[in-house]
Design a protein around this ligand. Structure first.
Ligand code: KG4
Ligand code: ZN
Length: 339
């Protein structure tokens, strides 16, 4: 099955053409992403109105370029939530027009379900197994600028949210701490770079909720405590601040995953979302449970991309789960357990 996929839920407009089935490894024929980071950078975060306008400018040329002379796809997959409504609506409107004109079904995809499926996307150098090799239950940590959730996946399409952040997402904590250190948005990669040169034990930043007995997170207290530290220590060592803050975030994420493994005894562990690009997090989670199959995306698919939305559509398409173009709408708060 050939799928044209569209992602526009935040600050990347992305279009991809993939093929695959549950039993065959995914083939990524083409993908192109237009990033808005340079525009939002000056504001220190994503501005929804500007995002909507930029998506509108980018989407049609991207679709034309990706469809090009390729065979008419069997379906269109489009992110329908969660995310910024201004962005979601642009992708959805494009999908509706294509569905009507090409007479093909639309699969509405939850952005977080997309991130989970990013672990099956191959690169030119790395091939990936077919979707049906995944052993269930799979424990998924989806951690990005907008989300930090632990999801228990019992089969394709069956998701239970067992942990979530009560305030900031982990990526948001990276971004806000980076902003205090006058680093550019997105902050995660910049903090990680400085952290490599610092001492993670230099500053005892708090590990909020680490032993509270739940699988939930809270990162806003950490951010505040970094702020107070910077105010009290104007001659701070930036590398030590980055290394200590990164270690605090990774310690909390790892502790909750350990607890979730003990409670749910999963056969697979999936780490996905923008923050999964963090090397310390990748190596820490991989070493937590050597007996469990560990999956994380190739680096090029950690951040938002359309190919993961196409990958998540495969099982829906095989089950005949499509939606009429007259009925699809964006849902900024669509939870993964409502898929
Ligand atoms: O998934 P994504 O592209 O967009 C959302 O859905 O939010 O994730 C972007 C987030 C940003 O907060 C960014 O700072 C974070 O992922 N990020 C990282 C790293 N690379 C990206 N955080 C920590 N370490 C990294 N290497
Ligand atoms: Zn995302």
């Amino acid at each position: 099955m050939n799928i044209l996929a569209i992602e526009s839920s935040c600050d990347d407009t992305s279009v991809a053409y993939i093929s695959g089935s549950i039993k065959d490894p995914i083939v990524l024929h083409a993908q192109k992403t237009v990033s808005q980071i340079d525009v939002h950078k000056t504001f220190g975060g994503v501005v929804p109105e500007i995002a909507g306008r930029k998506h509108a400018e980018a989407i049609v040329p991207l679709i034309e370029e990706i469809l090009n002379d390729r065979e008419t796809p069997d379906a269109i997959a489009v992110t329908s939530g969660p995310g910024l409504l201004t962005g979601l609506l642009i992708g959805i409107e494009a999908a509706k027009v294509l569905s009507y004109t090409l007479d093909i079904p639309i699969i509405r995809i939850n952005h977080l379900e997309g991130h989970i499926h990013s672990v099956f996307l191959p690169t030119d150098d790395v091939s990936k197994p077919a979707l049906d090799t995944l052993k269930f239950p799979a424990l998924c940590l989806i951690t990005s600028g907008g989300h930090t959730e632990i999801v228990l996946m019992k089969s394709f399409g069956s998701y239970e949210r067992i942990g979530k952040t009560l305030d900031d997402a982990a990526g948001e904590a990276f971004d806000k701490i980076a902003k205090m250190l006058k680093m550019e948005y997105p902050g995660g990669p910049n903090i990680a770079k400085h952290a490599l040169l610092g001492n993670p034990k230099a500053i005892p930043f708090p590990r909020p909720m680490i032993n509270d007995g739940t699988l939930n997170f809270s990162f806003s207290g950490l951010k505040t405590s970094v702020l107070y530290y910077l105010q009290d220590n104007p001659k701070y060592n930036i590398n030590d601040v980055c290394a200590s803050a990164e270690q605090a975030i990774v310690d909390v994420l790892a502790a909750k995953i350990k607890k979730a493994i003990a409670l749910h005894n999963p056969k697979s562990l999936i780490l996905a979302g923008g923050v999964s690009a963090n090397e310390l997090l990748r190596t820490t989670l991989q070493s937590i449970a050597p007996d469990i199959d560990f999956y994380t995306p190739e680096r090029s698919y950690c951040m938002d991309n359309a190919a993961m939305i196409g990958a998540a559509a495969i099982h829906h398409l095989e089950k005949g789960e499509s939606i009429d173009w007259r009925e699809i709408d964006g849902n900024p708060n669509w939870r993964i357990d409502q898929v």
